[in-house]
Design a protein around this ligand. Sequence first.
Ligand SMILES: Cc1cc2nc3c(=O)[nH]c(=O)nc-3n(C[C@H](O)[C@H](O)[C@H](O)COP(=O)(O)O)c2cc1C
Length: 329
Amino acid sequence: MHYLNKTFNIGGVRIDPPLALAPMAEVTDTYYRSLIKELGGVGLVVSEFISAEGLTRKNDRSHQMLAFNENERPVSIQIYGGDPDRMDDAAAIVEAEGVDIVDINMGCPVRKIVNSGAGSAMLKDFDKAARVVEKIRRRVRIPVTVKVRKGWESNDVLPLLKRFEEIGVSAIAIHGRTRSEAYTGASDWAYIAQVKSALNIPVFGNGDVKTAADAIRMFEMTGVDGVMIGRAALHNPFIFRDIRAYVNGEAVAANEIERRIDAMQRYLSKIEGAPNIDKWKLHKARTVIGWFSKGIPHGKDIRTGLQDITAVADVQRLLDRTREQLAAA
Ligand SMILES: Cc1cc2nc3c(=O)[nH]c(=O)nc-3n(C[C@H](O)[C@H](O)[C@H](O)COP(=O)(O)O)c2cc1C
């Protein structure tokens, strides 16, 4: 049986296939997650992190970030915050939305976040981190998961993870870098393997999976239950599908440009239908289509074209033009 057939449960939630889209701020909103889900091959999608402060103070923007589409299920919403008394209230707000899983961010390395005691700063104070998680665990019925780095400055998060397991956390996702490393160096897959073998709850390994072959290598080298992918999905939204094709020994799509344009079109349609303002739509179209156009023929033309757009309709014209060029070639 190959790795993708080894599905597992988080609480009662089935993860099939055992691959997850990592939480990414300003990226994995409902539109992006729906797209990835539609393109196929992913077993869990995780939201961008949402401020517990914002949720509990009824900030509009934070509440909008809770939106999800039924096609995303199972869907996990991630929260962050430094105030233990707000985190469980925020988790209760998330649960009331009807999502499948609530995830706690203990990995964000950004200064502004850690200075408020949130994100990876939680890894500096195990007692506080355990208290936060325990309070959330008691408060909500849906499964609670935690996403961590391997430590603040050194790789010492394991004792904390064992406490999470005792508290009743349903799964862990671990990015194999410390907070100090931010995004430098490499994700430490040997440490991920150590964490996996020391815990009984499911573990997602994360960090530096760039290709389908990398994903399989991570399963092999670490024994993790699931592989979580972030940045690679920014350029190749088909990465999850490609992992399946890879294990089945199928050739990866010959029509790379066509399928990327199809993904761009789908994304554009999703954001066109969003209730957000035009400026937001334009910004999203520019950013995401810019990413999807990397590394494919005509990609540079698309990115050059994106510099001149002033409305979403221009983006549509740009895609139409690229399709015409392809048909003529
Ligand atoms: C643009 C961007 C935004 C991110 N935002 C979050 C976030 O909101 N919550 C979180 O837990 N991790 C966040 N991360 C970290 C990713 O989830 C992941 O741990 C990291 O990118 C390593 O995995 P990768 O090598 O597959 O990208 C973010 C990463 C990127 C690149």
